[in-house]
Design a protein around this ligand. Structure first.
Ligand SMILES: [Zn+2]
Length: 288
């Protein structure tokens, strides 16, 4: 993917190399315990991740917000992330008005290393990239891409772009009012049904990543040979069944929150081929 030509987003906050205010762990002083408990009691986690929910740690909400460096990163991976984000802004600000009759208000991208505070609680890189609807921000530790390549054999710039576009897809779901409705519904049902709703949210984000790629290609022709295969390979590698098999040796479909490898590939492909938001309605689909 020829990403060097993309416009660099100005909505990037660079917190790499910064610690957590209040010391290591960040869950001590300043944690608003009530909110954390509330989230726990309701059984919801407001964070939406790219994969591997079982690796994640539940955090509290913290009052203190960190401020990172503003402005374009200068290192290659930082520039890559800022350019992909810039391209999602250029594409979605055209696609959303045209297909959903509404303006696009872009999310912020927070780059961090190790751990940081998000509007949805304490974040650790082990959780993988995620979107927090409460502060409308995508959080990425860029070392995740190195993990994808080494541990999951899912490297390549378009594979990494798909990860960022998936998180931006959650932001689009939020802008469309889908996330608040689903989270409301999740509070009313049991864990198994709540997981099934999560799967629909995740597969829709995969499909919306495909819609971005389709429309980006139409306008900028930046894809190169093998790019699509890279993204498909990545979607396959971070399906719940694969991750569960890797971490526990077993596959437990009821505990899926992101969808199986096959489902992720299928919905990503749908968006890629159609370029239409309407093709991503996982809530209308009888079979996922
Ligand atoms: Zn997700």
């Amino acid at each position: 993917m020829r990403w060097e030509d993309f416009r660099t987003s100005t909505n990037v906050e660079d917190r790499r190399g910064m610690g957590i205010p209040g010391g290591r762990g960040g869950l001590g002083i300043g944690t608003i315990v009530i909110l954390g408990l509330l989230g726990w009691a309701l059984g919801i986690d407001p964070r939406l991740l790219i994969g591997g929910a079982e690796m994640m740690q539940r955090g509290g909400f913290q009052q203190e917000q960190q401020e990172g460096r503003r402005g374009a990163p200068t290192d290659e991976m930082g520039r890559f992330a800022a350019n992909i984000l810039g391209n999602t802004e250029d594409v979605w600000s055209k696609v959303l008005p045209a297909q959903a009759n509404r303006q696009y208000d872009p999310p912020k991208l927070v780059l961090f290393s190790g751990q940081t505070q998000s509007g949805c609680g304490f974040a650790q890189s082990a959780m993988g990239p995620f979107y927090c609807p409460l502060d409308k921000s995508v959080y990425v530790d860029l070392s995740f891409f190195e993990d994808m390549r080494r541990r999951f054999g899912a490297g390549g710039d378009f594979a990494y772009a798909y990860v960022i576009a998936h998180e931006v897809g959650h932001h689009v779901e939020n802008e469309l009012g889908i996330l608040p409705r689903v989270q409301q519904r999740q509070r009313e049902v049991d864990q198994r049904q709540a997981n099934q709703l999560s799967v629909r949210v995740e597969l829709m984000a995969d499909c919306l990543a495909g819609v971005w790629a389709h429309n980006s290609e139409q306008r900028y022709q930046s894809l190169e040979k093998g790019d699509i295969e890279e993204a498909i390979n990545a979607a396959q590698a971070i399906g719940d069944d694969r991750l569960q098999r890797q971490t526990s040796g077993r596959v437990v479909p009821d505990s899926f929150t992101h969808g199986s490898s096959q489902q992720r590939v299928q919905w990503l492909t749908r968006g890629l081929e159609s370029g239409q938001i309407s093709s991503c309605d996982t809530f209308r689909a009888e079979r996922l």
